[in-house]
Design a protein around this ligand. Structure first.
Ligand code: CA
Length: 123
């Protein structure tokens, strides 16, 4: 699926057994907190129905409406938005797993950054 030699997504995982958790700082940094927030928000909505490890189409719609209302509204107004779930569901199994969710979040974050040219919110 991935081209040989090029960057791959997702990056190779760090095995839990090789990670020395005793070296973790007591408090997460700003970026580490953002990563934890992504995990927690995903889990919160993923457990609403069906598999607790994936978002159904309904859960994905809810997470967009409740957690990304501005971006969801902008997306809704675009004629080419068509079916965002279909685009994000890379393996086409009808569920959005965490890697697929992170692909969406990553794309939206880059879009937001590129759109403003900085890290502001709003005009
Ligand atoms: Ca999927």
């Amino acid at each position: 699926m991935h081209k040989q030699g090029g960057p791959s997504w997702p990056p190779p995982p760090v095995s839990r057994s090789s990670a020395d958790l005793s070296k973790m700082a007591k408090e997460p940094t700003q970026l580490e907190s953002a990563l934890l927030a992504l995990c927690n928000v995903f889990d919160k909505y993923a457990k609403e129905e069906g598999s607790k490890r994936t978002l159904s189409q309904k859960e994905a719609k809810t997470i967009m409406e409740k957690e990304m209302p501005t971006l969801f509204q902008i997306g809704k107004d675009r004629p080419e938005k068509a079916d965002f779930f279909h685009d994000v569901d890379l393996n086409k199994n009808g569920e959005m797993d965490f890697m697929e969710f992170m692909g969406l979040v990553s794309s939206l974050t880059v879009l937001l950054y590129e759109f403003h040219g900085d890290c502001s919110w709003g005009s």
